[in-house]
Design a binder for this molecule. Sequence first.
Ligand SMILES: Nc1ncnc2c1ncn2[C@@H]1O[C@H](COP(=O)(O)OP(=O)(O)OP(=O)(O)O)[C@@H](O)[C@H]1O
Ligand SMILES: [Mg+2]
Length: 296
Amino acid sequence: MSRTNQGIALTIRKVKKQYGQRQVLHEVDLQVKSGEFIAIVGQSGCGKSTLLRLLAGLERPTAGEILQNGQPLKKINGMARVMFQNPRLLPWKTVYGNVSLGARHIQTKEVKKAQILTLLDRVGLRTHADDWPATLSGGQQQRVALARALLSRPPLLLLDEPLGALDALTRMEMQQLILQLWQEHRFTALLVTHDVEEAVAMADRIILLRNGRVALNAPIPLPHPRQRSQPEFAQLVGEILSEVMNPASLAHQSLQRKDEPDELHQSEREIFSGQETDEIVRSLTARTFFDRIHFK
Ligand SMILES: Nc1ncnc2c1ncn2[C@@H]1O[C@H](COP(=O)(O)OP(=O)(O)OP(=O)(O)O)[C@@H](O)[C@H]1O
Ligand SMILES: [Mg+2]
């Protein structure tokens, strides 16, 4: 598959999100470069999915702004596609039919067919084109969802724990596949994950959200392909894990981006604020709404 779109650059500037009295995001500041792969980690309820919903344009920030290639994001984000933990395939459509849901932009039938088959080939499912989703394994279903998300060549791929339900081996295969497609297509990727090893294996940079704030912004300077057996890999996993698990610990100097002094400052203020509270309450309404984006 040929190299195509450059990913979009994102500027998230002083973004706040409030639901009633509950402040979920507090002045999140983040710059994402075109084609960058960002992993977002943090404890349950810290605002990861909320941030992705804002980037998908499904909800508006209470304050602050989001810019895409310098342009304010004002409505549903047509440049973004989303993948979820549940592949959300339509059971009454074949693999081919499900992927073709992502092809509304393609006019010609022949072009559409060729692109779908090429992508199915790429995710290793060409021979399953006529199969029903129920006959596929969980990993295969996620590969269909990935093909559907990538068919329109989105400049931005938002991944909300898409591999969370897979077994360890399938998960690593999917990580490799997503990385390969990212290297080919050069879209910008934001991956929410609870798995710090996955974040270190895949991302250029890891953002730790804690109670709706950026608590750590850590570049991962390891070249691809990354070997989990490397001491540097294990060290980074350990350092980031301790940040995720231990809100009172100071951010490690070695993990901080030197060119983002404001975020370091923010992180330190936040760590000393003593206002850590874990919220694991979920909003079904918001989730149901979020679920619709991949058909847009
Ligand atoms: N529509 C909503 N109305 C009210 N509160 C909401 C809404 N959406 C999210 N929240 C709250 O915002 C907080 C953050 O939710 P979010 O789903 O972003 O967390 P998360 O970091 O993705 O968690 P998890 O890891 O469990 O998926 C939670 O306390 C949640 O209840
Ligand atoms: Mg979430």
